[in-house]
Ligand binder design. Sequence first.
Ligand SMILES: Nc1nc2c(ncn2[C@@H]2O[C@H](COP(=O)(O)OP(=O)(O)OP(=O)(O)O)[C@@H](O)[C@H]2O)c(=O)[nH]1
Length: 506
Amino acid sequence: MSSTNPPKSRRIAVLGARAVGKSSLVIQFCENHFVESYYPTIESTFTKTIRYKGYEYSVEIMDTAGQDEYSILSSHHASSMDGYVLVYSISSRSSFDMVKIIRDKILDFTGLESVPCVVVGNKSDLSIQRQISPEEGKELGEQWQCSTIETSAKHDENVYCCWFLFTDSEEQTQVLKLDFPNRIQTILTNTVKADVNAIVYPSYKTAGDLRLAVENFSVWLGQQVADTKKDMDRLNSSGKIMIVLLGHSMGGIVSAETILRFNDEKSACLDQLQGASIIGMLAFDTPFYSINQNFVADKAWSSVDQVRGLGNLWNTGTATIAAATATRAINASNHGSTSGRSGGGSAKKWGLFAGVVGAAAIGAAAYVARDKIQATLADAYDQLTFISDLTDIHSCDQRVKKLLKIPDIFFKCFYVQLNELGSDHRPKTFIKLPPEEVAYLFVPVPSSAENEIAAHTSMFNPKKTDHYYELGSDSISLISEMVSRFQRKNGPPLILAKEEIQQQQP
Ligand SMILES: Nc1nc2c(ncn2[C@@H]2O[C@H](COP(=O)(O)OP(=O)(O)OP(=O)(O)O)[C@@H](O)[C@H]2O)c(=O)[nH]1
């Protein structure tokens, strides 16, 4: 990831019934002409760079084959998309109904409550044949809280607008709907062919001792494993639970300490995790080597209110996520049924596992380097005994060293870096950068936030973190790599349910 500002990339699928004008809209937008003749599409991909509200977007548009009620939504079209343009023809009631069916299929597939989309009523030039009024189109948009627009690919009316509206609506809904854990869960499910459960660690104790936080977190983690096992038993499925910890901010330190604890106390690990394996951790802006003293010293931070506000932000849970995953049924007959709506862990069919990948974590705690900041600010935080753990540089250093010594634990830390350099000509970062020998494990993520604290707290906000999407895909690639490594080492995954294995035995 570079610190320049390359275009933000977006992948959009265009979906709708047959002959509503999907290809015509895409061709008009990308190539500026209208094709009168009708050639049913199988699938084509177009790319176009657009400038919108000061940002450049490199948009990859997937034009898909027309859908009918019986078409099966391809995973290729439903997943790894940043959003959808759903097209109907204003002259066809059935195509309007089809848009609703397609959206339901996407929600079922992704397990989300809502997805960024724009509903487009095409062929607005055919007013005499109109079957759907503009009001009916708008009502649907209000119901789904998305933008709607009528277009004519033929007369090139509103064609540009529909793509811009998408960008706008996607920007607005992204933070709320496709939040980071959901995004990881959805994409990872399809990437590693696994039932992926992103579990957010529900409450994070910012008060209290680090050891207590680690203990609480370990107990919670054990509970997640037990719940997953119960689901698996109920569905008579077999598989090995793998856990990946994702920790933002101080959650990364809690995750690292949890791994160290389980490694030091192997019997406790076996009891509490019931044989599940922690295969790695990803940290996000975790101050493993304390926070960057440059900005603490900056008097811009000397407002108690500002820091109190920051504490509230950290405590909202926006920065508190965890994930647990389970390898999905490989049996094709079970594919369609494995995805449930979000939060529907129990709705998942845990049958026929190829193994179970589990991930957990992310907590964020408010903290400041106590001895680097004014007394008044420290007072605002005096219940946060975590602070002292960050000022013990020797322990900080040892923590990372010990973590790296544990065999088969994969570790990476992403950290935010502002686009401009500081007055000392060094990168502006929230965390203090690590020593040279471990620098390769720390990956900068460019941020356009106004300062280091804003960058830190908005790391999972696509509006502030320029490479939010890449952060998601990089995390997914790393988790996939952890899973493959684990599976390579521990033999091929089981792909059959218990009863099928029994049936196959002589
Ligand atoms: N009058 C009018 N005709 C249009 C418009 N857009 C597309 N058409 C015509 O509608 C027919 C179907 O257009 P396509 O763009 O191929 O439709 P599609 O949705 O991609 O079709 P499939 O690939 O089968 O899903 C073609 O004959 C187009 O010329 C429009 O805005 N107005």
